[in-house]
Design a protein around this ligand. Structure first.
Ligand code: ZN
Length: 469
């Protein structure tokens, strides 16, 4: 990257940040923060803790000042005088989920692209994740850095209404490489991707991120079947080495068997995607056993959207016109939703996924929820999370394992100390369900209410707003 271009980007970002800050203040003025700080005993529900400890069948959870004060069997948790008791007999509570891989900000439902990228739209996407029980959401490689840092700061300062907590990481690719063609158009317009050609450039770029206290970085190591320039091993090795010197975590987009081996060997901490075009081999599995990377499978991206099913759960946050348009589309569209007959490759893909997923899990991959939501309307913010969980169970995971991969494991990966489990001291971020997801993972869709920091999310108001569009 030339100096001149750096300056231009800096100037563009400065203007963007000024606009963002003004917008943030406007949003805050419209929506005063709820002052709900009641002490609340949630009593009688089955409590799914979110780690490997067994569920508490008739449990109780005490919430004070937005935090979990105590969790135990019903009757064993003594509330202080004046606490509100909420009877949840027959219900299940589980931790709010954490989505470690989305592309936030560009989706407009009736339009898509860089012009939609505003703090209001980022907030809207985080509200959609929250509506569906996702308490933290990480945007991976596609968010403009200065604007994203500003949004994180503003949200932590309480300037926005209740929504999923925002996390992000910058992305790195060779010049003209990186995201898929649609996403690349938007990220190029906003100068998002850090383009590097040499190990030196790569190290400088990572050091700049470390100086901005950024903890994670995404790399694209993929030539998209020979249509893109590919990140070379000397460059990704330099990125990973420099990132690790600064305590940073590297997420690697790698879709082929050879690329997955190469990035794990180089020390990548998180693998994105499942190899779908060929069976994996013992060499990859040996590398997995040795390194045990985290893994965002984003399987749903290649699936038919459940809007076709039709499942009303998937329609709650979509304008009716978008639902109708998806259902009316019968021809297959790569990376875009359609409801035609299944692709002729579907059975082969499923067989490959089942084989490769099960072997990778058995070898010790540390699964984390990620959806790639945001690259088009079919795998919508929030709904895609529930789809991914159900897919893991179809591919052989137990519902309990799927829930751990959507809660405590991504909390550990992202470093969110106060989320991921329902235990004393954590933020009171949880979902109340009408049925037990340990019996049927699709019961995560039976949402009664969502609480973030001890406050109940007004899901009815959000639903009304989205349906009016
Ligand atoms: Zn992605």
């Amino acid at each position: 990257m030339t100096l001149r271009r750096n300056r231009l980007i800096h100037l563009t970002l400065s203007i963007a940040v000024a606009a963002w800050t003004a917008d943030a203040i406007r949003v805050a003025a419209q929506q005063p923060r709820p002052a709900d700080r009641a002490v609340m005993l949630l009593d009688g529900a089955r409590v799914i803790v979110g780690d490997t400890t067994p569920p508490i069948d008739a449990g109780a959870m005490l919430v004070e000042n937005g935090r979990i004060a105590a969790v135990g069997r019903s009757g064993s948790v003594k509330p202080p005088a004046g606490a509100t008791r909420v009877d949840l007999a027959g219900k299940t509570i589980m931790p709010a989920m954490i989505n470690a891989h989305v592309h936030i900000g560009y989706e407009g439902y009736t339009s898509w692209g860089a012009s939609n990228y505003t703090p209001d739209n980022v907030l809207d996407h985080l509200e959609r994740e929250a509506f569906y029980g996702v308490g933290a959401t990480q945007s991976v490689g596609s968010s403009p850095t200065a604007a994203a840092l500003q949004f994180e700061k503003d949200q932590r300062a309480g300037k926005f209404p209740l929504a999923s907590r925002f996390y992000f990481m910058p992305g790195m690719a060779p010049p003209n490489g990186g995201p898929d063609a649609v996403l690349r158009e938007a990220t190029t317009a906003l100068h998002v991707v850090n383009e590097v050609s040499t190990p030196d450039e790569a190290r400088r770029s990572v050091r700049a991120m470390a100086n901005a206290r950024i903890r994670q970085v995404k790399i694209w190591v993929d030539d998209r079947r020979g249509t893109y320039p590919k990140m070379t091993p000397d460059v990704f090795t330099a990125i990973i080495d420099e990132a690790h010197r600064h305590g940073m975590i590297v997420n690697a987009h790698a879709t082929t068997l050879a690329d997955q081996k190469a990035v794990i060997r180089a020390g990548a901490d998180v693998l994105v995607h499942v190899v779908q075009s060929e069976p994996i081999d013992d060499e990859l599995l040996a590398l997995v056993r040795e390194h045990k990377p985290y893994w965002a499978t984003v399987i749903g991206l290649g699936d038919r959207t459940e809007v076709c099913a039709p499942d009303p759960f998937f329609e709650e946050s979509l304008p009716a016109s978008v639902v109708a348009a998806i259902r009316a589309t019968k021809e297959p569209r790569p990376l875009a939703p359609s409801c035609g007959p299944p692709s002729p490759n579907a059975a082969r893909r499923e067989q490959m996924l089942t084989n490769n997923f099960q072997k990778m899990i058995a070898a010790g991959m540390r699964l984390v929820l990620g959806t790639d939501a945001g690259i088009h309307a079919g795998h919508t913010f929030g709904t895609a999370d529930h789809h991914e969980l159900a897919r893991w169970v179809e591919l052989g995971l137990s519902p309990a394992e799927a829930i751990v991969a959507a809660t405590s494991t991504p909390a550990r990966l992202i470093g969110i100390a106060d989320m991921g489990t329902l235990s004393a001291g954590k933020s009171a971020d949880f979902i109340v369900l009408d049925a037990n997801p340990l019996e049927d993972i699709r019961n995560t869709r039976k949402i009664v209410s969502v609480y973030l920091r001890g406050q109940r999310l007004d899901r009815a108001a959000l639903r009304d707003r989205w349906r009016r569009r």
